[in-house]
Design a protein around this ligand. Structure first.
Ligand code: IPM
Ligand code: MG
Length: 353
């Protein structure tokens, strides 16, 4: 098949991991007889430097003309002055909102090869396989806010409509139906009005999915349950900010934040694919980044936007095989294990495709 992929490397380790991922996709294209065209655009801090705008109109046009977007990371100390009028992160938020990518899928699983050096006891990590479904274009990230300025008061507003909760709940219930048929909805319904609406709506949507077992957890309790009984979760649905926080916490289960991929989807096949990790400015440019979260995001792109399931699985199996063979980037290397560089890890994955 022919596909056009918008490539937005962004900042920090973004360009490094995105470069490896386009190599990987080019390999897949050659092996399976596809034609992928990569069109690059700027976003985040580098876009502010180039144009003053973290999401320039040319980048939006490139994405609009593409079948899917592959993104690295945005942000860094250079642009993190709290008094600055524009942040790199705005570019990413505007991109998600522009395309209405309301369902952010963040799968988290443990890798047997990594369990030995994990911070949690091995028996807790058995059979951990969780799919987070994070609402991505509403909630406190997009509610009414007072922009920072010189004043002594600022606010952000958490707000949800019934329709917004319904559409993300439907994605989560359908995902659960295709998995182990359990859904945990996370909220703060004991305190926040918007979260009471969230819970009511999820309960209503549940009526259409009676084969799925539904559990509710308050977000504070959820942070604890995620570490004490991670193997009991199947799909977890949460609002924008709670999903952001819980998915970073859950990365500990996978071994490193560098392991987690994400897909941001709407109702059709279009999507934005990015690793959950950020720009990691402290290790940028040193060949230390773990490309797995980026590679698994590329696999999700093949699966969800291009319907290339076999190709997606080929990437996932090659990563498993490289880990089984003992290859480790610095973030997942245990005591006594010698880490490999980003490009060495990539070469190991390519050779196992
Ligand atoms: C994420 C990130 C972003 C978010 C930032 C970079 C805006 O933390 O994708 O999880 O908060 O959504
Ligand atoms: Mg985050």
């Amino acid at each position: 098949m022919k596909a056009t992929i918008a490539v937005l490397p962004g900042d920090g380790i973004g360009p490094e991991v995105v470069g490896q991922a386009t190599d990987l996709l080019a390999h897949i294209a050659e092996k399976y007889g596809h034609e992928f065209t990569f069109v690059e655009g700027v976003i985040g801090g580098i876009a502010i430097d180039d144009t003053g705008d973290p999401l320039p109109p040319e980048t939006v046009q490139i994405c609009e003309a593409a079948d899917a977007i592959l993104l690295g990371a945005v942000g860094g100390p250079k642009w993190s002055d709290p008094t600055a009028s524009v942040q790199p992160e705005r570019g990413l938020l505007e991109l998600r909102q522009h395309f209405g990518l309301f369902a952010n899928l963040r799968p988290v699983k443990t890798y047997p090869a990594l369990v030995e050096h994990a911070p949690l006891r091995a028996e807790l990590l058995e059979n951990v396989d969780i799919l987070f479904v994070r609402e991505l274009v509403s909630g406190i990230y997009f509610g009414a806010r007072q922009e920072q300025g010189d004043g002594d008061e600022s606010h952000d507003t958490m707000s949800y409509s019934r329709g917004e909760v319904e559409q993300v709940a439907n994605v989560a219930f359908r995902a659960a139906q295709g998995r182990r048929k359990k859904l945990c909805s996370v909220d703060k319904a004991n305190v926040l009005a918007s979260m009471r609406l969230w819970r009511r709506t999820v309960v209503e949507v549940h009526e259409e999915y009676e084969d799925v077992e539904l559990e509710h957890l308050l977000v504070d309790a959820a942070t604890m349950h995620l570490l004490t009984r991670p193997g009991s979760f199947d799909v977890i649905v949460a609002g924008n900010m709670f999903g952001d926080i819980l998915s970073d916490e859950a990365s500990v289960l996978a071994g490193s934040l560098g392991m987690l991929p994400s897909a941001s989807l709407r109702a059709d096949h279009f999507g934005l694919y990015e690793p959950v990790h950020g720009s990691a400015p402290d290790i940028a440019g040193q060949g230390l980044a773990n490309p797995i979260g980026m590679f698994l995001s590329a696999a999700m792109l093949l699966r969800y936007s291009l319907q290339l399931e076999a190709e997606a699985q080929a990437i996932e199996s090659a990563i498993d095989a490289a880990l089984e063979a003992g290859l480790r980037t610095a973030d997942i290397a245990g005591a006594g294990e010698t880490p490999v560089s980003t490009s060495e890890f990539t070469a190991a994955v390519l050779s196992r495709l």
